[in-house]
Every structure is written in C-alpha cells, then in structure tokens.
Ligand binder design. Sequence first.
Ligand SMILES: NC(=O)c1ccc[n+]([C@@H]2O[C@H](COP(=O)([O-])OP(=O)(O)OC[C@H]3O[C@@H](n4cnc5c(N)ncnc54)[C@H](OP(=O)(O)O)[C@@H]3O)[C@@H](O)[C@H]2O)c1
Length: 278
Amino acid sequence: MSVPPHGSGAGIPRADFPCDDQGMEFPATDRRVLITGASRGLGRAAAHAFAANGDRVAVHYGTREDDARHTRAALPGSGHVLVGGDLSDPAVAAEVAGRAADGLGGIDVLVNNAAVNVRHPLPGTPYEEWVAVWQQHVSVNLLATAHLSHLAGRRMIDAGNGGRIVNIGSRGAFRGEPDHPAYGATKAAVHALGQSLAVSLAPYGIGVASVAPGFFGTERVADRLSGAEGEAIRAQSPFGRVATPEEIAAAVLWLASPAAEWSSGTVLDLNGASYLRT
Ligand SMILES: NC(=O)c1ccc[n+]([C@@H]2O[C@H](COP(=O)([O-])OP(=O)(O)OC[C@H]3O[C@@H](n4cnc5c(N)ncnc54)[C@H](OP(=O)(O)O)[C@@H]3O)[C@@H](O)[C@H]2O)c1
C-alpha cells in the first residue's frame, strides 16, 4: 500500500487514496472496540453503549480488575474481552493493544478514555510534587493516547476497513483548570492531537474526533458533587445539573458511527451550555 502525501489530499485523484470511501462503508455495528479505562465511570458507560449497539468491546482497566470484570459481565451481547495494564508504560500500552486485537480479532474503534486528574494548584504544590504530577498527567493523558492511537491506527490501516478514534478531552482545556493545570494542558494537547491524526488518517477512511465534556457524575467526582462544592458545580450549567456518563457515551458512540465521518477532526462540546468557546 502506498503512503499518501500529508495534507488534506486536495488535488490528489481519488484513485490514489489507499481507502476510497466510494467503495467502502465503515460498519455501523459488529465492530471491534477498545475502550481504555472502562473499569468504571464513562468508560463503563461507553462499553455499555457500544455493546448495546451490537459491537464487541475490549474492556481495559488500570488497577480495578474486579470493577472491570463487573463491567464486562454486565455487557449485553457476547465476545467481549478484558485487558489490563498501566498505560503510562509504552511497552504495556503495546501489550494492551495486542491483547485487545487478539481477543477481538482486530480493532475498528479506539476510545481513548483513561486519564488521571490529580489536584496540584501551583501556589500550594512543592516543586518535586509538581514535577511528578505533570509527568504522570503527560504520560497517561497525552502519551498513552498518542501511543494507542498509533497501535490501533496502524492495525486499522493494515486491515483496510477504515476506523474511528474517539478521544475523551475536556471543557477544562478551554476554560482553564487552575487547581489541575496539567490536566487542562494535557486535554488541550489531546484535542490538538485529534486534529492532526484526523488529517493524516482520513485517506484511510479513519475518522478521529474528541469530546470536550464539562462535569458528569462518576465515582471519581462523587465527593466533589456531594460536598460543599456540589451546588456551585451544578449551577455552572443553566440546566442546574451535571451530565450523566450515558449522555457523554451516546456522543462517543455517534462519533464512532459511519454517519460521523464528516465530523472527523471535531472537538464536540458537551457541557450543558456552561461554557461557550469562541
Ligand atoms: N467526570 C468528569 O466530570 C469529567 C469531565 C470531563 C472529562 N472527563 C474525562 O472523562 C474520562 C473518564 O472520566 P471518569 O470520571 O469516568 O474517570 P475515572 O472513573 O477515574 O476513570 C478513569 C479510568 O482511567 C483509568 N486509568 C487511570 N490511570 C491509568 C493508567 N496509568 N493506566 C491505565 N488506566 C488508567 C482508570 O483505571 P483503573 O480505575 O482501573 O485504575 C479508570 O478506569 C477521562 O478522560 C476524564 O478526564 C471527566
């Protein structure tokens, strides 16, 4: 297969594209889907959404193996697999992608959901801790997303059936995260990575998009939502609530659909009108 030139492809005859989508339709169901960080929270909700759509899911977890087993056991359909591993290690990320592809028979859709979010406001964080927290955020939120995109994207290219990569970004990339600056910065980088890969992978029929959610209710943010801060967080949206993980998962499922090809490169705001970026 010849490698297409970089860029939008403008001026390149369609016949020179390795994937001519006139003759190829990315499937709407029965896809092989790797979802990182699916032990709980949004990853679990996304696993349900894809499984209910008739797809087969590789449920990835970092440390919560029991929760991930529970996620997989509760999925509708059959053929779902479990893959564990610390994605901050690039070698382990490669093993995770390999085991997911072996277990499912390939990867058609990658959802880059796993992330860390540790509080580290600059005024109160000692330098050594600051450095360690930044390194952790960069290795999990950004580098693992980049590495898994390579690992899954190359498999999609080789299979020649097109594909989808959906990155879980954040409203914080635009609005700022004063208490979690490394989180905001790495999510902004994830959005930018999505646009770059959307351009380079389009000739292969692979769409790449990101969602930028505001708050949604998961175990990870339950303490903040039930505590003193909760009322103010809900008031960020004129709907007076935060989203459910299922609302975010529905958008992820759509961005992975054949109908979403023309949305490749997008960063979809899912924040209940709490923040309008310009
Ligand atoms: N909740 C919100 O309000 C909100 C808002 C905007 C964006 N987001 C984004 O949405 C996504 C899901 O958030 P959530 O609230 O559902 O979070 P969560 O429950 O904490 O889930 C995060 C997942 O990432 C995995 N993970 C973390 N570090 C890992 C590592 N080093 N290696 C492998 N896996 C690792 C965890 O695995 P284990 O638990 O198995 O260790 C967990 O399954 C994240 O990308 C988050 O940044 C969340």
